[in-house]
Unconditional design. Sequence first.
Length: 711
Amino acid sequence: MEFDPYSDGLLRGDRKQSSRRLGDLMRAEARNSATPTALSEEALILEFGASRNAIRAALAALQKQGVVSRRRGIGTTISPHWDWSDFAELRGLSESASANGGRVTNRVLVADIVSSPLAISAALNLPVRSPVLLIERVRILDDQPLSLDTSYLNVELAAGLLDCVLESDDLVSLLEGKLGLPLGSADLVIEASTAGDALASQLQIAPGDPVLSVDRVLRLDGGVVLALEFLRLRGDRAAMTGRSDREPALYPERPSPRRRRTFPNTDSTKGTRMTVKTATGVVHLDRTQVYESYVLFSGPDGVSRLIDLDGEVRHEWPFYGVPARIIDPEMNGGRIGDVGVQISEVDGSPGGIYANRTVGQVSWSGEILWEWGSEAPGGAARQNHDWELLPNGNRLLLVTMPRVVPDLGENIVGDQGIYEVTPAGDIVWTWRAGDHLSEFGFSAAGWAHLRATVARRPDDVWGYLEMNSMKTLGPNKWHDADPTSVFHPDNIIFSTRKANVVGIIDKKTGAVVWRIGPYYGEEPGAEHQRINRFSVPRPVDQISGQHNPHFIAEGLPGAGNILVFDNQGGAGYPPAPLGIYAGSRVLEIDPSIKEIVWQYTAEDSGRPSWEFHSSFVSNAQRLPNGNTLITEGMKGRLLQVTPAGEIVWEYHSPYEAPGIAGEPEVQAATVPGVDRLSMTKLVYRSQAVPFEWVPAATEKVGVFVDQQSSC
């Protein structure tokens, strides 16, 4: 093809596309213009080699976008933009605009001390509902609104701003120049979004118009967090420019579009980082093999949600569940749509297993039908990790029992146990873990390590055992075959994460009558192969940090076996040896012979073992077609796998909130130099829910209600 120096691609295609390309070039010119610059059609025709009609069409489009203006007596001019050039530099709007000849003023909407919401407290590393300084202003560049800036600041450091002139200066300049606070860095999250009605009215744009959303955390020179800011800039008046360098691809032949990408900061003087969101929602669905149901789970934001397999939220409750769990209509007088959740928290608690005040039952519409906790010893239920509604209408609650445990010294510790509570609120049965430690199988070295740990941290917010599940066995084939066995339906299977023990409690005597763990007698070095073993059946090998062991209910594939999420997380007295390759497992165990008869690891899906790993929380639930619903809770990932390990549904929760070490139930730092808040998408457990359980459901596909394996 012969090269034509006068054909630059502008006029290829139809007229609309030609005008669009012209507009892109003119917008680039506008971005480089700090002051209104006069344009003439003749000059543009010469510059771009386009027709007059194409130039006029492009100018008309840019006029609608606010890039150019046409005024009688003045002509066509380029409207100046705020060019956020090199956004890695921490600068204020006035600093940037004045450098380019622009003039900035501010319309102050709010300047007051307010009580901080949870997310603000977390970002500023303050206790919840602490006083913070709120400053909200409309930033005006050359007489036109540019942005709405909402700033939450540490009031102890920034209260002096209330005495400053907020109508003209940048907060950055005031903080450094007036208050003497040297700023060091900013963390940025930048997104494209659209304006709602309230934002549109402040920025003088139409609802739905584009907005550049910038969330910015300001830090002092020493790293102390000073402010969290939400900057909402008109999309037609703001541009962001900079330079990005490409990193060499490690494996260019195997692109992974869903994998998180990070862009490391190579300039240590700037300290700004940019992040790219991970995939959220449903990323894979195979309708031919998946078992259809709704799915219930609680997000770290304190909301319990019911979603369908397309990821759409069908219903939500403004309560956190530990876990959120449906109420079986057969135990609820035929009533559908009720859930069990936590209702309220203890004011000023350190969090963890101490946080809960009341627990209860809530209707589909959110009405609290039953609530319990004020009647408990100490005036709070302190329910954590698990609960179960019994056929007789009573409830089993896994609770915290702060007390002195004689075997562990003289300190008050976070002991845990079980209450059986009647609908009237009476406690009719109690079991305390600390009374049965001699039945847990600790070695002499284990006892020594346990006592030393308790002496060092008696106030650990998760307790010394971290019991994380308890459920009745329910009807099972082992009891049917031998009614004198330890597998009576009323007996209770429990898990202690920190001790690596799964046991069964005799409901009548309280004794631990069956157990696996805490030790498994592996040969030295065998831990490095543990996560890669796939031959079954085989004897149970070292579980570590496990969650939610339960008997698979009658009527389901594998009924009578134990299904457990083996986190392979750090745990044990002394700590169990873990292998080089981090990874978690779901194990199905025959309790009569203590053998693994089925398992799932990432390698069963053709992936490396470390791609399926949650060192804490998590769950697994057997479904009627033999599939298993799995909660990889640390990552907020839910998946359904076939017996062969094929993933037929995968969902990534988009909901996040702050928590100490990623635990949303802990908001206050207790260990200096160790504890700090971070954002997390953690999901504790999930549960498959029948379509017919939903009031006025239009879809009728049966899902077995497995109350043993659910949440």
